[in-house]
Design a protein around this ligand. Structure first.
Ligand code: HAM
Length: 420
């Protein structure tokens, strides 16, 4: 074959697309209930936006961005995530002036040049939300409950919510020193990524996936011992509220997340048994980002889920999502005259909101009825020369096989009544 989709990207074909539509519908309904409004931002932005928000020495920025120069020589990047673009849009459009609390959501493709594997693509879809304005731990919990509600509606069960606090710049300064001390004698034996991260941003070492390095990491100092009173209190409150709502969680003291903008509480929702890429959704608080990107001093918290991974988990749990469903009427015709008449009939029926299919190059009646079966039609209309001259159609009930003759003038009423 001449052309193929690019490695790390894939087509979402009709059977699958209906599952995607369902997940998107569920998400939109939940966002609606929580009062979140949709924002659509461009797929590419200036590169600096992502460098400044995600962090210069994160994997995303150093290795994974699709960056290119446009015809005027400006450096642009396909968005690797949604938060940076949303915050840019909030600042640019003064959204925070019109709303004391901005509750925003988005869905769409993101791009990261990662090594493709199960659950990890170069083009993948996220559904996410950002809550900008409040710093109350109750707002962290709103984001977490929204994620939980979404997974509950989809019927996912084997989920674990992992929680940590990544502190603020004050607690992190002390924590970084303690990490540097701890890794001082080990860093030469660790992977090249860790060695690069050590002098610049030793907390990123905690994100390393190398087995040998993990053995050290799991003995390293924990940020929980370095939190300032403010961050400690915020984290205690988030946990208290989650307990109050009876939402289970596990603490993961080494969770740092792959993006630098986080402050205070951060979380990941993992699905047990999905393999290496088992994080379905993740997020947390980021109180500095709006200001760092030139906006006012507004705290914020948010999350994003990966649609491919969520659907993988749905498949694993053998959950049947509603598909695009049945066809109401399949119109089978015999001869050119009947085909012409069917164009008018089909249009009228579709105007009545019925789902109607037909064959543009009809062959035998048998072949057309097979198609009616394939598309799960409730009724087949059969129009041949005889029916045409009598201005009537044979209506075949595809479930029972029973047939009736209905005049054209009554078809609409008959089918609307029987298809509803
Ligand atoms: P993230 O953890 O980088 O966070 O991505 C969120 C989710 O996107 C992941 O948990 C995963 O399900 C999915 N995902 C990420 N990379 C890939 C990939 N290569 N292939 C398939 N799925 C992937 C963020 O992006 C933050 N913006 C979340 C956030 C919003 N934090 C605050 N607000």
């Amino acid at each position: 074959m001449k052309y193929k989709s690019i490695r790390g990207t894939r087509d979402i074909l009709p059977e699958e697309a209906s599952k995607w539509q369902y997940v998107e519908k569920v998400a939109r309904e939940i966002f609606q209930k929580y009062g979140y409004e949709e924002v659509r931002t461009p797929i590419f932005e200036v590169t600096e936006l992502f460098q400044r928000s995600i962090g210069e020495d994160t994997d995303i920025v150093t290795k994974e961005m699709y960056t290119f120069l446009d015809k005027k020589g400006r450096s642009l990047t396909l968005r690797p995530e949604g938060t940076a673009g949303i915050i840019r849009a909030v600042i640019e459009n003064n959204l925070y002036r019109q709303r004391r609390t901005a509750r925003l959501y988005y869905l769409g493709p993101m791009y990261r040049y990662e090594r493709p594997q199960k659950g990890r693509q170069r083009e993948f879809y996220q559904i996410g939300a950002e809550l900008i304005g409040p710093d109350s731990p109750a707002s962290d919990v709103e984001i977490i409950t929204m994620v939980r509600d979404l997974f509950d509606v989809l019927g996912l069960k084997n989920l674990i919510l992992y929680l940590n606090s990544v502190g603020c710049s004050r607690c992190r300064a002390k924590y970084r020193e303690s990490l540097k001390d701890f890794f001082k004698n080990k860093i030469k034996t660790m992977c090249t990524d860790c060695q690069r991260r050590y002098p610049l941003n030793p907390m990123r070492i905690l994100d390393c996936k190398e087995k040998e390095d993990r053995a050290y990491i799991e003995k390293s100092p924990k940020i929980s011992d370095y939190l300032c009173p403010d961050c400690r209190e915020q984290f205690e409150k988030v946990k208290e509220y989650l307990n109050f709502l009876k939402i289970d969680y596990s603490l993961d003291p080494y969770m740092v997340r792959g993006l630098d903008y986080y402050t205070k509480a951060a979380f990941e929702v993992k699905y047990e048994g999905l393999g290496a890429q088992d994080t379905l959704a993740a997020g947390g608080r980021y109180d500095r980002l709006v200001r760092d990107l030139g906006g006012p001093d507004l705290p914020a918290v948010g999350f994003a889920l990966g649609v491919e991974r969520v659907l993988e988990a749905v498949d694993r749990e053998k959950i049947l999502l509603p598909s695009s469903g049945q066809t109401d009427v399949y119109v089978a015709t015999l001869g050119e005259e009947a085909l012409k008449e069917s164009i008018r009939l089909i249009r009228e029926l579709r105007q009545e909101n019925l789902k109607v299919l037909n064959d543009f190059n009809p062959t035998s009646l048998k072949a057309q009825l097979r198609q009616a079966d394939k598309w799960k039609a409730k009724f087949a209309l059969i129009i041949g020369q005889e029916e045409l001259s009598g201005k009537k159609a044979i209506v075949r009930n595809m479930n029972t096989g029973g047939q009736e003759i209905v005049p054209f003038s009554e078809l609409k009423k008959y089918l609307v009544r029987n298809c509803s």
